[in-house]
Design a protein around this ligand. Structure first.
Ligand code: AMP
Ligand code: ZN
Length: 476
């Protein structure tokens, strides 16, 4: 097999992947803060991490993948200003934090499933690790931290090259770090936040620094180190984390390990999904969630395909037209696979070789070039030599393992999702179309037109002779 090359944000270079433990790959992915539904931009981060995991598994590594669930500690501002996101939402909804966390964790897991993202080895829940966080903080407190009234702060000047991952500390980056009175350096951050005197938080723990809650950066250092051991192979997250969250994790890891190494060999970041409509903001009423796409009649894997069409390090712009185009592409693939299965069956048993595997590797082992892999996949589907059908079907299995589009299992019917706002069911549409066919056969065109008009009034577009074989579509 060829080498796997990955872009390391630490060096800003492509590097060959060499595992820390021979034959293994240990990956940690920063998970969601479960104070609200994830938007589809958040889910791009997990499609990326999933693709990475699939490629590592395909290459034969025993994969240990951890994704955390942040249910405490993440403030409304990535620096130390603002409120705890979980506390704030719980207060707004007048619910317990635990109920909020459970509800949104389940919603997140539903999106994970809908996007065919593989289950990680473990979901690590931040509140399960608070004693370990306190131990970690205790072990670095003397040399690297100082106490203020509001909490225990990490002194970023005590480690070598603080912030190297972020490279340029932009003006914007600096100004986002609000001054907490008494902080020695603007970039210093809380690793333990004390509950202010006279207040009671829903989530608080005793610690040597008083009652309070852990800082968000501390969580990821502790869970990744505990579950994967320092150093581990790859730490992933969205590109925003390259600026504050990950530099702070790295600083803590350096302090904890008494070393310059960052805790992980590779730090990898996906770029953002951006949208001009402003609907990705969670504060907007109908914001862009996977469920909204489904409600509008899109299959969620069309969104996965949309993500895979772009390189993970490029910004990707969301538009409904773009999603529609990805959905059509997915439909074409599913139809081609249906044909391929029939052809392979007809060809009977043929020995298959793994020649094409090299081509697949060349795309994905090149820093996960999914866009190129999709072109190869379509090439594989477009062949029409009957004797090669079993070979192509075997290649398709590799593509499915690597890209997670589930093409071998999907059927056309699965892709036909009725928009939530639709006024008519699939069965009613099929019955109306059968009646229309009969009317036409009887040359009763008045009736056939009336049926069609009725369908149009209910938002159904009748697509006679559609080259993709879709007889109808509900307009959204
Ligand atoms: P959060 O729940 O805010 O911690 O975010 C979860 C993950 O989504 C993190 O890895 C973020 O970096 C990532 N993320 C946030 N917004 C976007 C976006 N618009 N596009 C891609 N990834 C994002
Ligand atoms: Zn994290």
């Amino acid at each position: 097999m060829s080498d796997l090359k990955l872009f390391n944000s630490l060096t800003r270079q492509l590097e060959p992947f060499q595992p820390v433990h021979p034959g293994e790959a240990r990956v940690y992915t920063c998970g969601p803060t479960v104070y609200n539904y994830p938007h589809i931009g958040n889910m791009r981060a997990y499609v990326f991490a999933d693709t990475l995991g699939r490629v590592l598994s395909y290459k034969g590594y025993k994969l240990t993948h951890i994704i955390n669930i942040t249910d405490v500690g993440h403030l409304t501002d990535d620096a130390d200003a603002g409120e705890d996101k979980m506390e704030k939402m719980a207060a707004e909804k007048a619910q317990s934090i635990w109920d909020i966390a459970r509800h949104y964790t389940e919603a997140y897991w539903a999106d994970i499933k809908a996007l065919n993202i593989r289950q990680p080895t473990k979901w690590s829940i931040a509140t399960d690790y608070v004693p370990q966080m306190i131990e970690f903080a205790k072990s670095i407190a003397d040399k690297h931290c100082y106490e203020l009234e509001s909490g225990l702060y990490f002194d970023t000047s005590t480690v070598a090259n603080y912030g190297a991952l972020a490279r340029a500390q932009t003006d914007e980056g600096e100004s986002r770090i609000e001054a907490v009175e008494g902080k020695r350096h603007a970039a210093d951050f809380a690793i333990w936040r004390k509950t202010p005197p006279g207040e009671k938080r829903q989530m608080e723990w005793d610690s040597p620094w008083g009652k309070g809650a852990p800082g968000w950066h501390l969580e990821c250092s502790v869970m990744s180190g505990d579950l994967l051991g320092f150093p581990f192979d790859i730490h992933t997250g969205g590109i925003d984390h390259r600026e504050i969250h990950h530099p702070n994790e790295i600083a803590q890891n350096q302090a904890f390990c008494h070393s310059d190494h960052s805790g992980a060999r590779f730090w990898m970041h996906n770029n953002f999904l951006v949208d001009r409509t402003g609907k990705m903001s969670k504060s907007a009423g109908e914001f862009l969630r996977v469920q909204l796409l489904i409600d509008k009649g899109f299959h969620p894997l069309a969104y996965r395909l949309m993500c895979l069409q772009a390189h993970y390090r490029s910004e990707l712009e969301f538009s409904w037209e773009g999603l529609q185009a990805a959905f059509t592409r997915l439909k074409r693939m599913v139809m081609a696979v249906e044909k391929l299965k029939v052809a392979a069956e007809k060809a009977g048993h043929v020995d298959v070789n793994r020649q094409n595997a090299i081509g697949i590797e060349n795309t994905l082992f090149d820093d996960l070039n999914t866009a190129h892999a999709l072109t190869m996949l379509e090439l594989c589907l477009s062949g029409n030599q009957p004797s090669l059908a079993p070979q192509r079907l075997a290649d398709l299995k590799d593509f499915d393992d690597l890209l997670g589009l589930n093409l071998l299992a999907l059927s056309r019917t699965d892709l036909r999702i009725r928009p939530k706002a639709a006024l008519i069911t699939e069965e009613e549409i099929e019955a109306a179309l059968a009646a229309r066919k009969e009317a036409r056969a009887n040359k009763d065109f008045a009736r056939s037109d009336a049926i069609r008009d009725d369908l149009i009034a209910k938002g159904v577009e009748v697509m006679d002779g559609d080259p993709l074989g879709w007889d109808w579509r509900i307009e959204v």
